[in-house]
Every structure is written in C-alpha cells, then in structure tokens.
Design a protein around this ligand. Sequence first.
Ligand code: ZN
Length: 445
Amino acid sequence: MSLDFRVRDYLFPLPILRLRSFLEKSQWFSAEKLEEYQMSRLKAVLNHSYENVPYYRRLLDGLGLKPGDFRRLEDLKKLPVLTKDEMRRNYPLLQARGMAAYRPHLCRTTGTTGEPVKFFLDKSSDVLEFCYYWRYWSWAGYRLHDPFAEFSLQHFIDTDPGRIHAFSRITNRLVLNPSRLSMENLGGFTAAIAKYRPQFVKGSPQSLYLLAILAERRSLDLRFRAAFTTGEMILPPHRKKIEEVFGCRLIDSYGHMERTVAVSQCPHGGYHINSEYGILETDERKELSCGDTATGGVVGTSLHNLAMPLIRYDVGDLIEVPRSGERCGCGRGLPLCRGIMGRTQDMVITPDGRILANLFILFNTLVGVKWAQIAQEEVDHIRVLLVEGEGFSAESERSFLAQLRGLVGEGVRVEAEHKAKDFLEGRAGAKYVPVTSRVRAENYL
Ligand SMILES: [Zn+2]
C-alpha cells in the first residue's frame, strides 16, 4: 500500500521534476554506478542521523562507530537490525531534531503484522514515492494525467462507506470502493468506468480478480492498457484470469508504508529492486534457501526520509534473490529478485452477495490491540479474535465492530473473542494472516 498521485504530491513540482529526470537515467546504470549512488545517499543519511537523531547517536557511540566507518554498503552490517518492537520503544528518539523543517507527516501501519507502528515520512520521501510510481507505471505506457482507476477501501472508510466510486479531475483518478463489489452492484462500477474511461487499473490482487470474474460472468468487455497490483502476493491463476479478462499485462509491485524498499515488475516480467529508493538486504534463512537463490527476511534502509531515518529496518516479509547478479531482458540495470512472499489473505463473502477484500485496513481503528484477526467461519458468522495490549481501548473495539458490521450487513453474526496473551505463544512461528475465511467466494458468485 502506498500513497500515490494525491493532490499533495503536486505541491513540489521542482524536486519532482529533478528526481524524475534522474530516475529516468539511473534505471539504465550499471550495478557499480547504482551502488555508488546508494553509497553517496547512505553517507548523507548516516551523517544526518549521527548529528540529529538521538537513537542513532547513542547506537553508534555504543558500538564505537562514526559515520566515516561506513565506506562500503557491506559496512551497514556493523549495525544491528531495527525491529518493529525496537522502533516502538524508541519512537521519540528516532525523530530527527528540528524535524519540522523536513515537512513531516505522521503515519501508522495497518497493524497487519499484529501491533501497528507509528512513524514519520517527510517531503523528500513523498517526492520519491511519487517519482517511483511515475516511473514504474510509465514502464507500462502511463503518462502523467492519463485517466486511471484505483480500488481503495481507505478512501471510502474515511468518507462514505456506502459509495461505489469517487472521481478527482485534478489527477484523473477514479477511486472504486472494493467493499461494494458484488454482482448486484456491478452495474455501478461499469457505469463509472464507462463514464471516466480509465486506461489503467490499480488494486490489490483480490479486488482486481473479483472485478475480472464478475465481468466475465456477465460477459462484459472491460479492457485496460495495464493492471497494477500491490499489497498482497498475486496467485498465478488470479494473474492469468485478470490478464485474460482485462486484455492486458498485470504488473505487480511490492512496497510497504514505512518506505524503505520498493520492488516493481517491468513489462518483461522481471521484479526489479528500485536501488535508488532504498537499500535492500536479505536476512538469509538457511532452511529456506536453495542452490542458486537466497531466501530471507527483507531488511530495508531508506535513502530519502530524513524526518525519521530507518536504517536496517526489519520489514517482516520474505524475499528470494538470485545469488549471482541476473540481468533482465529489458536491459535495465536495477537488480532483480525472484519474488516476495508477503501478505496473503482471504476474501469475506456475505449471504447477500457482498464480497469484501482488504478488510484488514479496519484494524487501523483499533487502539491498544496486540494481535487481531477476522475469521469467517460460515457465510453468516464472523469471529474477531483479539489479544489486548497496553492501552487497550474498549471504545475503539466498539467502533471497529460497528464498522465491520456495517460492511458485512445484518445477515452476518459478528462476535468478538478476547484471547489471553499466551494464545500468541501457541502461534509462535505461524505466519500471520489478518483475514481468514472457510467460505470459498467462488462458490457464491
Ligand atoms: Zn526488466
């Protein structure tokens, strides 16, 4: 999930044009030249962090290191990995002194890995995010101001959960509400698409897959120039269906809200690691690696966010990278990875035919919850499992349940179940899935 193409992004035209023009060239750089760029940015981030960020000053002093001791990218390994727990504990100390100068804004993860984390992103990081998306989309032929459609539940949760679409003339962006996707409402979606004629469509794999199978069942002609997915792993049969129905390539990407690494597919199919965005390291796990590939946790270092620099941040997903540098058929110098094993989750379907993907974003409203999961047991029965954490708010639980009930409708019994803390010990090592369902949506469409 990423912020992209919002009005705020247009407020910094000069830095955007400068970075855009650099990124257009740097994608063709050699591996050595890309590393040179990373090293120059890393030096700037380390110097700034040592001078202005109390957490890093203490960390480096404690290890007897100075920013000058980092001469090669491998030297980063002299620092420990920054875990999410560590980040929560050191939240005030990770903020740069005089942070206001970087025009920061506060963000929170959606808590899909359990407990949410808070962090600041700044203007440089927004400029980077905008330029990253612009380049990645332009690989598929997108030009700024081309009309596009985007599924975003967040947009409607904050405004009007019952609406099907919204349109912004400034960005030519048609926002579609994934929680309203159903056979019954399909006409509302296709009417908006016919009116605004988006050439591209962006969404989670689940949302795009649903739109594709609904359109196929109604024999609708729904064509785009490219489909962009992000936020979850794409399953091969879902990719095939989306490409078939929309008559275009599906171009996948991987990112995370804290913005330390970004990976995007090119039209040749290669998953390119965007070297200029951040430094990606693999925390290799021997048991998962084999022969020519190394598999391990994603560890990322932001090269642009100075308000709250994240250095060697433990993102929490798994990545598979080739041991020897492979080149993509497109000729770009940006390194390749084989794939990212991020979040996977189920859709929830209701007796009246609503199909809900991405319900995990509702976790945003929960305060003081250590762990939560939405589990659909039957088509008319949902359990919400919760483990309370520090500062638990019963009021936030009530509003979360009210939002969930509103989305699934009256035909579904929603009940909360509070689990004791040792419940999590029993799940140690199990992959966290925010939404699970025993009901197969395909059987109800
Ligand atoms: Zn490529």
